[in-house]
Design a protein around this ligand. Structure first.
Ligand code: SF4
Ligand code: F3S
Length: 107
């Protein structure tokens, strides 16, 4: 099992999640974070930390978010590890909760 970052992280990237991960499995892209499924130990700590409620257990993904299992696994291979919290993206609060953000994911 692994935890998965889903669509609502896109264009928010609050990064609170990276502060609690004991095994440094978050990887950072331009406007999204992903979890490396090979490193995640299912500790559950990150899930309640995300202000955008974008993190879910793999087997509890909301309907329509299933593609993010593959997206996390793929992008974790090429994006660098992030371990320090930083400011969310500009306008993160405005983008929080918007739907249809998947096409705005920058790779
Ligand atoms: Fe890291 Fe735990 Fe979240 Fe997995 S569930 S990404 S190990 S904090
Ligand atoms: Fe994204 Fe939430 Fe982390 S918005 S960067 S998954 S705290």
């Amino acid at each position: 099992m692994t935890f998965v970052v889903t669509e609502n992280c896109i264009k928010c990237k609050f990064t609170d999640c990276v502060d609690v991960c004991p095994v440094d499995c978050f990887h950072e892209g331009p406007n999204f974070l992903v979890i490396d499924p090979d490193e995640c130990i299912d500790c559950t700590l990150c899930e309640p930390e995300c202000p955008a409620e974008a993190i879910f257990a793999e087997d509890e993904l909301p309907e329509g978010q299933e593609q993010f299992i593959e997206i996390n696994a793929e992008l974790a291979q090429s994006w660098p590890i992030i371990t320090d919290v930083k400011d969310g993206l500009a306008d993160a609060d405005e983008w929080n909760g918007k739907t249809g953000k998947t096409e705005l994911l920058e790779r």
